[in-house]
Design a protein around this ligand. Structure first.
Ligand SMILES: CC(C)(COP(=O)(O)OP(=O)(O)OC[C@H]1O[C@@H](n2cnc3c(N)ncnc32)[C@H](O)[C@@H]1OP(=O)(O)O)[C@@H](O)C(=O)NCCC(=O)NCCS
Length: 156
C-alpha cells in the first residue's frame, strides 16, 4: 500500500478536529469527551509550534486518511506515539502502513524508542502495533481504564 507522509499544517486544523471527535477515536482515548473547535484550535496551534512534537498526516491517493503525533521526551530520545485513521479508511491496512512509515520517520529524526498507550479493548490498535514489532512493556491503568504500554526500539 503506497502512502505518503507529510508534516501537519495549520490547514489541517478542522480535519483533525473532525477526526478527534469521531466516536471510536473518543472511545479508544483516555479522555473520551468531545472537544469544542475553539479548544482544539488553540491546542493544535500550540502543538504545531512545539519542538517536542512531530505531527504527521498520512495521505493515500492524494487524500489525507490519518494522523500520527509523536510527543518526544528529549532526554532519552524516545517518543509517545498517537495514531488515528479516518473512519472511512479503517480496516484496509492503512493504519499499519502509517505506523510503519512513522517509525521510519522517527528513526530518521534520531529517535531510538517509540512507545504508545493502548486500551486493552482496542484490538485493532493492538494488532497494528504487534505487526510493527512493538512489545508490551507493562500493563497500566490510565484514568481508571485498563491499558498497556507498548514499546519498540528503533536501533535495529
Ligand atoms: C486503531 C486504528 C489506528 C487501526 O487502523 P486501521 O487502518 O483500521 O488498521 P489496519 O487496517 O492496518 O489493521 C487493523 C488490524 O486489526 C484487525 N482488527 C480490527 N478490528 C479488530 C477486532 N475488533 N478484533 C481483532 N482484530 C481486529 C484487522 O483485521 C487488522 O488486522 P489484519 O491486517 O491482520 O487483518 C484505527 O482503527 C483507528 O483510528 N481507530 C480509532 C482510533 C484509535 O483507536 N487509535 C489508536 C489509539 S492507541
Amino acid at each position: 500500500m503506497r502512502i505518503y507522509l507529510r508534516a501537519a499544517k495549520i490547514e489541517d486544523c478542522r480535519r483533525l478536529w473532525f477526526w478527534r471527535n469521531d466516536a471510536e477515536v473518543r472511545s479508544n482515548s483516555f479522555s473520551g469527551k468531545p472537544i469544542q473547535y475553539a479548544e482544539h484550535k488553540v491546542w493544535f496551534e500550540s502543538k504545531l509550534n512545539e519542538p517536542e512534537t512531530v505531527f504527521l498526516i498520512g495521505e493515500y491517493l492524494d487524500k489525507p486518511f490519518g494522523m500520527v503525533r509523536l510527543d518526544i521526551y528529549k532526554k532519552n530520545k524516545a517518543a509517545l506515539l498517537h495514531i488515528s485513521i479516518r473512519k472511512a479508511y479503517r480496516g484496509r491496512g492503512l493504519g499499519s502502513s502509517l505506523l510503519a512509515a512513522s517509525c521510519r520517520k522517527a528513526k530518521a529524526l534520531g529517535l531510538r524508542k517509540i512507545q504508545a498507550e493502548i486500551l486493552t479493548k482496542n484490538k485493532a490498535s493492538l494488532n497494528i502495533f504487534k505487526k510493527n514489532n512493538f512489545h508490551i512493556s507493562k500493563k497500566i491503568t490510565n484514568k481508571q481504564r485498563k491499558a498497556v504500554l507498548v514499546s519498540r526500539l528503533l536501533t535495529i
